[in-house]
Ligand binder design. Structure first.
Ligand SMILES: Cc1ncc(COP(=O)(O)O)c(C=O)c1O
Length: 368
């Protein structure tokens, strides 16, 4: 059984079918930037897919830059904005619980002379907006925050954060890698950049997007080479991956309400049936029902817990972190010993009620 949908999801069969049509097409193999007829047909399709993506996300006037995934989108947004706007200031604000794609990118910017403030989060993983307000300085140019947290499942109030940034004249990047299918996509008009990833919503790995809400705002390109994508990201455009990503978003949004009702039910079942000695990590009220993050009591047998993780494809934290501890769990106050007893569970399209009942029984058995 698989309960690690926040780390990746299987490609939806309709998405595979859509991509295969592109891969076997006698037209869509061509290069959308080629000046001939086949190239123009690909360009027309590319423009249609880009508009479809923007419309699906409710931002028809924005600009999209297609990337290889959210990691690249985050690199482009943070380094691109920092290098574009460094004359206005060199201070950037983020939080200790951000994904390594953000933290590592910002530490590389620190080596280039930028100064980064890493704010703490509240014990439930939510951010303190008043603290953000106090931390903005006259040289602050950029804030970066995750919408739906990949480990804790917290959903931040992006509109309030983005409004504050706008009022204080600061750009804001939102990491939306986990947003699609896990929370409503109400992109605040005050957001500057938003990063997305296809493989978190039943699309293929290897494609993502950076949404630039103000289509005319300059951003320094980070992937150098050709002049593709309005000179924002060099490299030949992979039409089949983009088509697969757009199809996966269409499917995710079309089935959103039904899927969320299913996940709400699973999450409530966990709250009701899990042994009371098991604690929850992260907020209980402002979280996506896709994610359950638990801390087992100190009496749990760690060897049996490791077996359970193997059997149900569970993790204690993000897959991109090879270390035994998680900077996220540390930031919410979990000691390294406690982190050994933490479990991140996430639901997806293939999760059934039977799977959840079996998992909950298996977890409860460990504390019986
Ligand atoms: C919140 C968050 N940001 C960024 C990423 C990186 O996304 P990708 O795998 O598309 O590079 C992930 C993936 O784990 C994520 O969960």
């Amino acid at each position: 059984m698989y309960f690690d949908y926040m780390s990746s999801t299987p490609v939806h069969p309709d998405v595979s079918k859509c991509m295969l049509e592109y891969l076997s097409s006698p037209i869509y193999f061509a290069n959308p930037d080629s000046p001939h007829g086949l190239g123009s047909s690909c360009r027309v399709r590319f423009d249609e897919l880009s508009s479809q993506f923007l419309t699906l996300l409710g931002a028809p006037d924005a600009q999209v830059v297609w990337t290889s995934g959210a990691t690249e989108s985050i690199n482009l947004a943070l380094k691109g904005a920092a290098k574009q706007y460094h004359r206005a200031g060199k201070h950037i604000i983020t939080w200790k619980t951000e994904h390594s794609a953000t933290l590592d990118t910002l530490s590389s910017l620190e080596k280039d002379g930028f100064s980064v403030t890493m704010l703490p989060v509240l014990p439930d993983g939510m951010i303190d907006i008043a603290l953000l307000d106090q931390s903005i300085r006259s040289d602050t140019i950029l804030v970066s925050i995750t919408h739906v947290h990949n480990e804790l499942g917290c959903i931040q109030d992006i509109d309030a954060i983005a409004r504050l940034c706008y009022a204080r004249g600061v750009l804001i990047h939102v990491d939306c890698a986990q947003t699609l299918g896990k929370a409503p996509v109400n992109l605040s008009p005050f957001i500057t950049y938003a990063s997305f990833s296809a493989h978190k919503c039943n699309g293929p790995k290897g494609v993502g997007a950076l949404l630039m809400l103000d289509a005319n705002r300059p951003l320094q390109k980070q992937m150098h080479g050709g002049l593709q994508q309005n000179n924002k990201r060099a490299g030949t455009i992979p039409l089949f991956l983009i088509a697969g990503f757009v199809r996966s978003i269409e499917l995710t949004l079309a089935h959103y309400s039904a899927q969320m009702a299913k996940y709400e039910h699973f999450s409530s079942y966990c709250k009701e049936k899990l042994h009371p000695s098991i604690l929850w990590n992260g907020t209980v009220s402002q979280r996506t029902p896709v994610n359950v993050n638990l801390m087992m009591p100190s009496s749990v047998d760690l060897a049996r817990l490791d077996d359970l993780k193997q059997q149900y494809s569970l993790s204690s934290h993000a897959a991109c972190n090879p270390y035994a501890t998680s900077h996220v769990l540390t930031a919410i106050g979990r000691s390294s010993d406690e982190q050994k007893r933490c479990l991140r569970i996430s639901f997806g399209l293939q999760t059934t009620e039977d799977c959840v009942v079996t998992l909950v029984d298996a977890i409860n058995d460990l504390v019986a």
